[in-house]
Design a protein around this ligand. Structure first.
Ligand code: S3P
Length: 400
């Protein structure tokens, strides 16, 4: 099969959520172009409407208008975040600074995901939480005047970091964070800086300091394509028999491009390359080009994981077609994504005839040339579905 052409992928999910939240906190009208219109983005838009923001309908290709009041209003009833972890965690951060009680919930998958990683530091800042399901949603939060926070995160998580920075912004207090080495995606920091707010990062981005200098002024932003969506097409292009695929106007933030480094190690320097084109506020954007390549195994170390956390399923699929054994170190966080992504990934790879194993928090995948044939189980996890769909493009594959 040949994979060739020029493609644009839907807008970046992480930036879309953050842009909507920031716009709702601005007093006046902001415009967001290229926003993701998927169900997760709709969850954020819908609940912001119930919190007083005037968000126009999300339609592919249409700009989104967000009329913000400078603060959120008390919602009439529970706030449903659907399947979206980013929505839930960022929202909890913002609600922590608002003087009313609100209940936040989500679908079955989201209700299983850990929330104390945000509620513990938010409690330290002065918010009050009532748990209804241990560490998970639903949760009730009563916000209030907040105190400054100094916090060392136990896990690299941009959702936790984002929640705490948004709490600092909405509450008008300083927030000083330290992330484990190989800090997480820095979209919140870049957006804040792009909006003229004061965020400093030191030590390669793992130390983050927010200082309150005022609120959000209405803004315009053109969101780039989501590199995590582009990754699946890059995977299909690498496994193809011919062609060259160009993905245009895609976000190239270095805290998101870790998988490109791994792909270069597996497929050689010529397998993928990037060409910068523009900046979206502080976010670098460009074209990503991929072409077919024989693949060899590699070791992906713990410090690389945050920059490719959502691409592990795709990279594991590539590893199943590479010569040798690829190891992904310290990928235990995948157990608390939309599914137990780590165990399901290994089980599904075995189900289609590959050799895959989880040892502790490490994932081992040994490649082979036999066509992948078998039935997989996604448990409703979109990244597993997409990764195995890519594997289904291999000649003679039968992946169901
Ligand atoms: C995201 C952060 C990551 C990522 C998720 C989006 C974000 O989650 O897996 O898809 O937008 O902040 P964690 O913060 O749990 O690592």
């Amino acid at each position: 099969m040949k994979v060739a052409g020029h493609v644009r992928v839907p807008g970046d999910k992480s930036i879309t959520h953050r842009a909507f939240f920031a716009a709702a906190l601005a007093q006046g009208t902001s415009w967001v172009e290229g926003a993701l219109t998927s169900r997760d983005a709709r969850s954020t838009a819908a609940l912001l409407r119930r919190l007083g923001a005037d968000v126009s309908p999300l339609r592919r290709g249409a700009r989104v208008r967000v009329g913000g009041l400078g603060r959120l209003l008390e919602p009439p009833d529970a706030l449903h975040c659907g399947n979206s972890g980013t929505t839930a965690r960022l929202l909890l951060g913002i609600l922590a600074a608002h003087p009313f009680r609100a209940t936040v919930t989500g679908d079955t998958s989201l209700r299983r995901r850990p929330m104390r990683r945000v509620t513990v530091p938010l409690t330290e800042m002065g918010a009050t939480f009532v748990e209804h399901n241990n560490d998970g949603l639903p949760l009730s939060v009563t916000g209030g005047p907040l105190q400054p926070l100094t916090h060392r995160q136990q896990v690299s998580s941009a959702q936790v970091k984002g929640a705490l920075l948004f709490a600092g912004l909405a509450g008008g207090v300083s927030v000083d964070l330290i992330e484990p080495s190989g800090g997480s995606r820095d979209h919140t920091e870049r957006l804040f800086r792009g909006l003229g707010l004061t965020v400093e990062t030191v030590r390669g981005g793992e130390w983050i300091h927010y200082r309150p200098t005022g609120g959000v002024v209405p803004f315009e932003l053109s969101i780039p394509g989501d590199i995590s969506s582009a990754a699946f097409l890059v995977g299909a292009a690498l496994l193809a028999e011919g062609g060259e695929l160009s993905l245009e106007d895609v976000g190239l933030n270095p805290t998101r491009t870790g998988f490109l480094e791994v792909v270069r190690r597996m497929g050689g320097e010529g397998s993928v390359h990037t060409e910068p084109s523009r900046m979206a506020l502080e976010e670098p954007v460009g074209t990503l080009v991929a072409r077919p390549s024989p693949l060899s195994s590699t070791e992906v170390d713990a410090a690389e994981i945050p920059s490719l956390i959502d691409e592990v399923p795709l990279l594991a699929i590539l590893a199943s077609r590479a010569e040798g054994t690829t190891v992904f170190r310290e990928v235990g966080e995948l157990r608390v994504k939309e599914s137990n992504r780590l165990e399901l990934l290994a089980a599904n790879l075995r189900a289609i005839g590959s050799d895959a194993e989880v040892r502790g928090n490490d994932l081992y995948v040994t490649g082979g040339a036999a066509p992948p044939v078998g039935r997989i189980r996604t448990a409703g996890d979109h990244r597993l579905a997409m990764a195995f769909a890519v594997l289904g493009t291999v000649p003679a594959a039968r992946v169901m």
